[in-house]
Design a protein around this ligand. Sequence first.
Ligand code: ADP
Length: 767
Amino acid sequence: MEAILENSKRIFSRSPRPFGIAHVTLNEDGTPADASIEYCNQAMAALVNCAPEDIIGKNMFEIWSVDNTDWLDSLYRAAYKDESVEFEAVSIEYLVFQNCSVFPIVEGYCGYEVIDVTSWLATAHPAMKNVSAGMFFYDRHTKALMLSDPAKEFCSYDSNYITLDQFVEMLFDPNEAAQIKEAFETLSFENDNCIFEEQTKNGGWLRISATKPAASDKFAIGFIEDIALLHDYETRDVRRSRIIESLSTEYYALYIVNLDDDTIAPYLFRDEIVEESRVNVSPDESYSDWLNYYVEQYVVEADRLKILALLSPESLKETLAESAGDFSISCQRNFGNGERYIELRVTKISDDSDEVVIAARNINEEVKSQILQKNAIQNALVLAEHASDAKTAFLTNISHDFRTPLNSIMGFSDIALTHLDDNEKVEICLQKIMMSSEHLLGLINEVLDVSRIESGSMVLDEEPVNLRELLDEVQSVFQAQAIENGIVLNLDTSALKHIDVMGDQLRIRQILVNIIGNAIKYTPEGGSVSIAASEQAKLTKGSVMFKVVVKDTGIGMSQDFLKRIFEPFEREEVKDSVTEGTGLGMTITKNLVDLMGGTISVTSTKGKGSEFSVLLPLKLDTNEHLESVQKYDDELVAGIRFDDRIILVVDDDDLSREMVSEILKSRGATVEQASNGEEAVEAVKASDEGHFDAIIMDMRMPKMPGDVATRNIRLLPRDDTATLPIIAATADAYEEGHRRAFEAGMTVHITKPIRSKKLVATLSELI
Ligand code: ADP
């Protein structure tokens, strides 16, 4: 054994590589206890900066501050189990990475060789200087890293050696540190590399990667790279492409412009922009040149200066700074096949360079509809202003128009009162009062008509109308006025083939009265007004187109006014002449004609005269008719008496009640009175059956209105009230009031103000 040992020592002493012999002692149970240095050559002693005699005989682990379990286990296996073992180790004390091999010599003794691989790593360092990464070795066993110089720089650390814990904690926040640490610790054959890109504590970005080579169980090789720049580029790139992407969905052309370099590059043209309309960029063309060309060639003249001024590189920089990096302008652009509105949007795509995207979008439809809207609003404004002017004029007119007849009513009443003994004078006064009242009523009805029509609540009746009778009647109404004004009034109905039609008599009369009334009103003395009724071709079986032409030789109207004649409150101003009127007649007329499905047209020459022509489609009335009972023969009415008749007059207005009572009393009737619906019901209840011959009932009354009272009277448990004639007196001349009256069971209605002739005729028909 001695000889073997001596032989080995001799061989090792000649080797330039570090060799030694270890003696391994055992515990009582045969497990390895310790190891001492039996021998080492010069090279081995040099590793720990000693001479061989200084360390021979010493405990191995006092000299090698190494992970002794690894060492001791290997030495034991060689010394007692006849095994050769190779392993890697790091010397913490000397900061060296080592490759160790251990081999048997004789029982209890083994040889060992240590190769310092740190120097190999060190030779790699100069090469590493040229790469932008720092390299490190990681010893998986001791969890320590050996850093190359560039690696040290990346982590701002000035020692070659660092434990894994220190390394991750120095660089990263706890979360990331823990992750990286775990990945390094679990590097294995299956999972032999890891890579992290993390932000460091000081805000930088590092990429750390480690790979465990298959040849080594102990070491991993890793790299540290500074990726702050890379990261910056990446985020910038992402931002840039996001901006461009979002623009490219809506914009048909995108250019990327660098304001610093004055360069431009087309980025995208969407299909919708035809080849010929694309504004390409020639090689080497600067942005400023391109802009001049673009504006000159494509932008309409009116917008050129604006675009040039706003899109020049200098003003773009300024505007972008003020507008947080994004703004747009619109202009009209020529597309070859027409001019369209476009929007040019300029968006900055990076913060640290003057790179922008200029994107173009078609906004023609948007702008057009905006323009239309604006025009519509402006027109509406003009119309509203005009309407409001017309209304103001109307209010001025109407207060004048209402006052005039009211004045004469009051004036003549005054005169009559002071001449009560002069019957003749009183009669003249009363006639004048009557006339003015009629006129006033007409005005009120007109105003009401307009509001009815405007609110859409005008409903037309359909009843038998005898056209010839109607025309005759209207003519006779105006005949007196025509004669008084020195005007010839003609009516020609000879061309009418069908006389009996169905329609709204009241409204057809109103149309005729308005037109003929105007013709007479606006025709000076010596002129003429002619009315010609005819029939246009039969429309369908059972209806005809009725035509009336009213022609006058009056003052005529200007062409300008003719455009507005049917608008409410419009009246043509005529110098030196004041004609009474509201400016509503023609509006009502036109609306009524429209409602009946007809048309109205006017031609007129100022100073010469006017011609109104109305076409009304009317159904033919095929029923046989008795002569109209509507006409009140004055003489007949004059002879009507109500002797022995008892009539209940119900009205909350004392004067109205009095007036009706007087009319009836003057014809022999006995009148009882009630001032509201409740009283009326009580009066009927208290009377004997058959006591009253008729009731004249106001509609609008406090406590109980006329329709409710009527319903209650009809429901009284007695025989006479079911058929008792109840005449509704409605101030409301329209359908709604009438409908309510009929629904409540009223027999007929007459319109307030009540005229005696009408009242007498109606009542006499009923009783
Ligand atoms: P008014 O109550 O003012 O007569 P209308 O609506 O009936 O209102 O008529 C409107 C305006 O049309 C009148 O003020 C008048 O200027 C003009 N006009 C209507 N008919 C004639 C006509 N036959 N001749 C001349 N002007 C007419």
